[in-house]
Write a protein that binds this ligand. Structure first.
Ligand SMILES: Cc1cc2nc3c(=O)[nH]c(=O)nc-3n(C[C@H](O)[C@H](O)[C@H](O)COP(=O)(O)OP(=O)(O)OC[C@H]3O[C@@H](n4cnc5c(N)ncnc54)[C@H](O)[C@@H]3O)c2cc1C
Length: 402
């Protein structure tokens, strides 16, 4: 992949930069920089702007609503959005189930589900994990029994429990892995169902994370009736869709451009804001940690670029998605560790000022307020999308042939 920008690429970058400057919602400014918790409305505001412009799904084929950008243009796009501290959109529709639907779905399924993903009208959640079926996902037990309804149509009756379901409290639809053949080998008895989250029998219960946020949930399914036409691909072949989706999910988790922006932010803080006496960035130990992070990030960026180049020549993400996931999430976690170090005592999570009527306002510089919750929150990254230990197993098998 040639990274010397052509005149067209430079012009494209200028267009993207100008568009973000003019159209990124003013009310969202500063939210990423301050590490604020984002609401569904926040995500939707930016989503709608991009959907209107036709820039919402750069990775999709053009015929389904993609941009038709080259790999270099997609790289420029992610660099520019990260540099502008723009919100990273929720992946469940755009990065995860969308590609499954346009790859494995029927024409009717594509026509029914893809427009809502692109417009942002339908929010999705992922019903894969269960208590007892996380790393060993194929052992999942949520059961879907097929029957013919009084109207003569075919349905599944779904019973079971999913867990860690991110944003299920806001989701209109969920994509679920369910067991449709208990007698077959684990991977061969699973189907991929799209379920309307308003269907009777679905209960969503919050799980509050270490950082105090409501991000994940338990989802209970009790006699949930789902039309068979909502199944993607063949019955008992859902594992094929599941694996395809996971490769897309893992590639998307790497977040290189956002981490590059994160390094810049830490350097600014360590150079100025929190320094009492000599700037922290002048401390050789701290400086070395930042430099090592930058070196690892540069190496990761090149791996991501190779994957992007492969994708643009029609190669789907393979085991390199596991590599991107491990290194990307390790770097994200190291960033939050450095941010905590840079914040020093101002980063203590419950260190509040106790002035009259001022209990809610943490003391210290703005950059320090969300550092600890963000540190706690980012512990998740080495677990979700398949834990990093499992990714190492995949690399050992698929790349090293062990
Ligand atoms: C914040 C967050 C959001 C999530 N969102 C979603 C979501 O939206 N939808 C969804 O379906 N799931 C979601 N998950 C679930 C996530 O995919 C699982 O947590 C993950 O796959 C690990 O499964 P587990 O939690 O059951 O841990 P376990 O599988 O019980 O693993 C426990 C530990 O043992 C290790 N381990 C297990 N097996 C092996 C092995 N063979 N070799 C080496 N080490 C092993 C693991 O690496 C881990 O450290 C989310 C998780 C988190 C933390």
């Amino acid at each position: 992949m040639d990274l010397n920008f052509s005149a067209e690429d430079s012009a494209f970058r200028d267009d993207v930069r100008a568009f973000i400057k003019d159209h990124y919602p003013v009310e969202l400014h500063g939210k990423i920089e301050e590490g604020e918790e984002l609401s569904k409305e926040d995500f939707l505001k930016w989503h709608k702007v991009l959907a209107k412009k036709g820039w919402i799904a750069p990775a999709w084929p053009k015929e389904y609503g993609g941009t038709g950008w080259t790999a270099v243009q997609r790289y420029i796009w992610s660099e520019e959005t990260a540099a502008a501290d723009a919100i990273r959109l929720m992946p469940f529709g755009l990065t995860m189930v969308g590609p499954v639907i346009y790859t494995f779905g029927t024409p009717e399924q594509k026509a029914k589900f893809l427009p809502g993903i692109l417009s942002g009208d339908d929010w999705w959640c992922q019903g894969y994990s269960e208590p007892g079926a996380g790393s060993d996902l194929a052992s999942l037990r949520t059961k879907a029994e097929r029957f013919t309804g009084d109207d003569g149509k075919e349905y599944y009756r779904v019973n079971g429990q999913k867990t860690w379901t991110t944003m299920a409290q806001h989701a209109d639809w969920g994509f679920f892995l369910v067991r449709t053949d208990a007698a077959a080998k684990p991977q061969e008895g699973i189907s991929f169902l799209l379920i309307d989250m308003k269907t009777p029998g679905i209960t969503v219960r919050p799980i509050i994370t270490l950082g105090g946020e409501h991000e994940v949930n338990e989802v209970w399914l009790e006699d949930v009736i789902v039309p068979v036409e909502n199944r993607i691909y063949e019955e008992n072949k859902g594992w094929t869709c599941a694996k395809f989706l996971l490769a897309h999910e893992r590639t998307g988790i790497a977040g290189v451009a956002a981490s590059k922006r994160g390094v810049e932010r830490i350097k600014t803080v360590a150079r100025n804001e929190l320094s009492e006496g000599a700037p922290l960035l002048a401390n050789p130990f701290f400086k070395r940690k930042v430099s090592e992070l930058e070196v690892d990030l540069a190496a990761l960026e090149y791996t991501e670029l190779r994957t992007l180049a492969g994708e643009s020549s029609g190669k789907g993400p393979g085991p390199e998605s596991s590599l991107l996931k491990i290194k990307g999430t390790e770097i994200q976690q190291r960033l939050t560790e450095l941010a905590l170090e840079a914040a020093g005592h101002y980063g203590a999570p419950y260190f509040r000022s106790f002035g009259e009527g001022d209990n809610e306002h943490p003391i210290g510089p703005d950059s320090a307020h969300r550092v600890a919750p963000s540190y706690f929150n980012m512990r998740k990254t080495s677990i979700y999308g398949g834990s990093n230990e499992i990714q190492r197993n995949i690399i050992a098998k698929m790349v090293l042939g062990l």
